[in-house]
Design a protein around this ligand. Structure first.
Ligand code: NAD
Ligand code: WQD
Length: 342
């Protein structure tokens, strides 16, 4: 299939591009490089053995997106492009609505120009908000507790309206849990700018000596060991879920929503221990107060994706740590510290 991948240079998008190419799809990446490095493209080309089609554009630029659609004429779009920091969304909600909602509006309008009717959307488990029960299934009420989460929910609602407006449209929204790890080559991985917000890149940067210790945000939660519990999913499993979702668009189902997680909760302490054992490196920790807005624990009911997409995660916690460490130890300073890849 000819697929347009927005945000294909980012953490999840770059891994998904490899899986898509591996499955025989033709890919065009549209990315503004707002939160990613152009250097990822050379890595993807080396790993895939293909010359990639890449266009540097902002998805909010409707005229540019129209031009891209007219020249590439995709059969489907996978829409990763967006901003994802909860804290930044609280500080600048208008930016988040502009990029995440406005960017999708522009994209959908440009798709309509060429009658492109299929889209896979990067949603998030954060749309559920405080759990009324666990595991979250897709029927769990949605009540996001921060602007970032609300932009994801608004886009899901927009997509629900969009499919109703024209015959033949189909949407698959994937609600990711906590993506971690990297491609097993160690050539691509998660490269946050500045201080990482998320647990795994923080642990990896401590392990490689970039930061002195991991601050554990709270050890007084009602969990097995008092630390926060999450459903971590290997980014390659997540990448493969997009290939399955793309195939599912052809089934004629109009709007489908799937959790993408393993269904298994892992605490912060368990993650630190697993990383230390896998990497053979100590990760010093310090306990601090709870981080504002954090939930104690959540994890997915992933049965629907298994039953309807035929997708199941195949990588375990050891693989997540091994591949996160493989990436970080080969690229201690991330993409832009690598002079060879310019
Ligand atoms: P990322 O920041 O690594 O990738 C996002 C990509 O989109 C980057 O390459 C960035 O340059 C690009 N981009 C941003 N704004 C753009 C714009 N206006 N026009 C064109 N390109 C733009 O993030 P990621 O972790 O790969 O996340 C991808 C998607 O998945 C996002 O929509 C995010 O909200 C969603 N998501 C991520 C997580 C997570 O924990 N990583 C969890 C749930 C959902
Ligand atoms: C995991 C656990 C922290 C960092 C966030 C977004 C969510 C989603 C994924 C996109 C928690 C603890 C973390 C640290 C720590 N993104 N922690 N020290 O909070 O589940 O989700 O990213 O949709 O929207 O909210 O992930 O990796 O930040 O935290 O103790 O330095 O690790 O308290 O218990 P989270 P996370």
């Amino acid at each position: 299939m000819r697929v347009l991948v927005t945000g294909g240079a980012g953490y999840i998008g770059s891994h998904a591009v490899l899986s898509l190419l591996g499955a025989g799809h033709d890919v065009l990446i549209v990315d503004s490089f707002a939160t990613s490095s152009p250097r990822v493209i050379k890595r993807l080309e080396a790993l895939s053995g293909r010359v990639l089609h890449v266009i540097e554009r902002d998805v909010r630029d409707y005229e540019a997106m129209r031009g891209v659609m007219a020249s590439w004429v995709p059969e489907a779009v996978i829409h990763f492009a967006g901003l994802k920091s909860v804290a930044e969304s609280v500080a600048d909600p208008a930016l988040y609505y502009d990029v995440n909602v406005g960017g999708t509006v522009s994209l959908l309008r440009a798709m309509a120009e060429i009658d492109c009717s299929k889209i896979v959307f990067s949603s998030s488990a954060t749309v559920y908000g405080t759990p009324e029960y666990l595991p979250y299934d897709e029927a769990h009420p949605t009540n996001p507790v921060n602007p970032y989460g609300r932009t994801k929910l608004v886009v899901e609602q927009l997509l629900g309206d969009w499919i109703g407006a024209r015959e033949g449209r189909a949407v698959t929204a994937l609600r990711y849990f906590n993506p971690v790890g990297a491609h097993p080559s160690g050539e691509i991985g998660e490269d946050p700018s500045g201080v990482p917000n998320n647990l795994m890149p923080y642990i990896a940067q401590v392990a490689v000596g970039r930061r002195p210790h991991l601050t554990i945000f709270g050890d007084d939660y009602e969990t097995r060991d008092g630390t926060g519990e999450r459903d971590y999913i290997h980014v390659m499993d997540l990448a493969e879920a997009h290939v399955a979702a793309l195939m599912h668009l052809a089934t004629g189902e109009r709007m489908q929503i799937f959790n993408v997680g393993t269904g298994q909760g892992i605490t912060v302490r368990e993650m630190v221990r697993a990383f230390e054992e896998t990497a053979g490196v100590r990760v010093p920790t310090e306990i601090a107060a709870r981080r504002a807005g954090d939930l104690p624990r959540f994890f997915a009911d992933a049965a629907r994706a298994r039953d309807m997409l035929g997708w199941m995660p195949s990588r375990d916690l050891h693989d997540m740590c091994l591949d996160a460490w493989g990436w970080q130890s080969r690229n201690p300073g991330g993409y832009d510290a690598q002079e060879d890849a310019a």
